[in-house]
Design a protein around this ligand. Structure first.
Ligand SMILES: *Cc1c(COP(=O)(O)O)cnc(C)c1O
Length: 359
């Protein structure tokens, strides 16, 4: 039996995707091989990778002057490879600090450049996104970096910031493909696949062509976007299995009606949980309502002494991975695309019952 898995990542995948991967495990489309056993340069696998890229382009409406790269190293590797690929001789970049992942990105970037904090929500414990009007941007910065969904704090950008001529770079790891995105407003978008787009091991990087020529000479070739773009992401052996699984997720999203339909479902699912949290006297979400994440929903119980009983009871109800991140405590429900409405409803039903017993 499948349980409802609220893990922040690696996370729940669509059952249709898992069933398809299982059915094709021993013999992919009559090839007599598993995808895991294929040469990455063979006809079968290059077909899989090309279809995955084409489906991703169609889902996000990626313009022709952007490259799609299938890399490794995760979003944390990109925290270093964003400055290495984009500084182009400049000395500083602007960062917006909205939480734990922004902080990590800033810390890593400081190995390579002056990472200026152009705006921060640290004054109120990262419970909101600073309004664009208050950002202090440097027109000479190499780029402006944002984390558009803070997985730990549960804060999401519901607007696309205008940064003028300075390229906007976004870590979208935990809400990638949860809603439509105006790709043309960004210079670079990157995301680890294991939150909302597949299995661990794959990092997606979408980069505008004119930004490919800025890499520092010391950038390792497998992380040099230009070199990977010129080699179909095959400078090294790409994460073939993770690309295949991501391709199945892209097909699933297209069959579900694409990203506009996906966004509508995500609005419905997150509203179900937030409405309950806001009416409850036992549970509380601290984030400003306009900046709340539809993917990662942290909440606290009024009395932290109840946390353990809450988690134990949840597990007995088939609801797992609700413990908040170790850096902030409390609870967190991650409700990615593959979490069905029934899973959120089961969580709310359990929370109601727990509240009745402990009020
Ligand atoms: C999970 C996550 C990361 C780290 O991803 P890795 O795959 O571990 O490198 C970075 N940024 C955000 C927003 C995340 O959710």
């Amino acid at each position: 039996m499948r349980i409802f898995n609220f893990s922040a990542g690696p996370a729940v995948l669509p059952e249709e995707v898992l069933k398809c991967a299982a059915a094709e495990m021993m013999d992919w489309h009559g090839s007599g091989m598993s995808v895991m056993e294929m040469s990455h340069r063979g006809r079968e696998f290059t077909g899989i990778a090309e279809k995955a890229e084409a489906d991703l382009r169609s889902l996000l409406g990626i313009p022709a002057d952007y490259k799609v790269l299938f890399l490794q190293g995760g979003a944390i590797a990109e925290f270093a490879f964003v400055p290495l690929n984009l500084l182009g001789g400049r000395r500083s970049a602007d960062y917006v600090n909205t939480g734990e992942w922004s902080k990590k990105a800033i810390k890593e970037a400081r190995q390579y450049c002056a990472a200026r904090v152009a705006a921060s929500s640290e004054d109120r414990a990262f419970t909101y996104v600073p309004e664009r009007a208050g950002w202090e941007l440097d027109p000479n910065a190499a780029y402006v970096h944002v984390c558009t969904n803070e997985t730990i704090g549960g804060v999401e950008f519901h607007f696309t910031p205008d940064t003028g001529n300075v390229p906007l770079v976004a870590d979208m790891s935990s809400h990638f493909l949860s809603r439509p995105v105006e790709v043309s407003k960004y210079g670079v978008i990157y995301a680890g696949a294991q939150k909302n787009a597949g299995a661990a091991g794959l990092t997606l990087v979408i980069v505008r062509d004119d930004l490919l020529d800025r890499a520092a000479p010391i950038t390792p070739s497998v992380f040099r976007w230009k070199e990977q773009a010129e080699n179909e992401s095959m400078v090294n052996t790409p994460p073939t299995w993770a690309i295949y699984v991501a391709g199945l997720v892209f097909e699933w999203l297209l069959a579900q009606g694409g990203l506009a339909a996906t966004e509508r479902r995500n609005i419905e699912k997150s509203a179900l949980l937030y409405d309950f949290l806001d009416r409850s006297s036992l549970y509380r979400n601290p984030v400003d309502p306009v900046d709340r994440s539809r993917m990662n929903i942290p909440f606290r119980l009024q009395d932290a002494a109840l946390d353990e009983a809450f988690l134990k009871g949840a597990k007995e109800h088939g609801l797992i991975q609700l413990k908040g991140h170790r850096s902030v405590g409390g609870m967190r429900a991650s409700i990615y695309n593959a979490m069905p409405l029934a899973g959120v409803q089961a969580l709310v039903d359990y929370m109601k019952e727990f509240e009745r017993r402990h009020a």
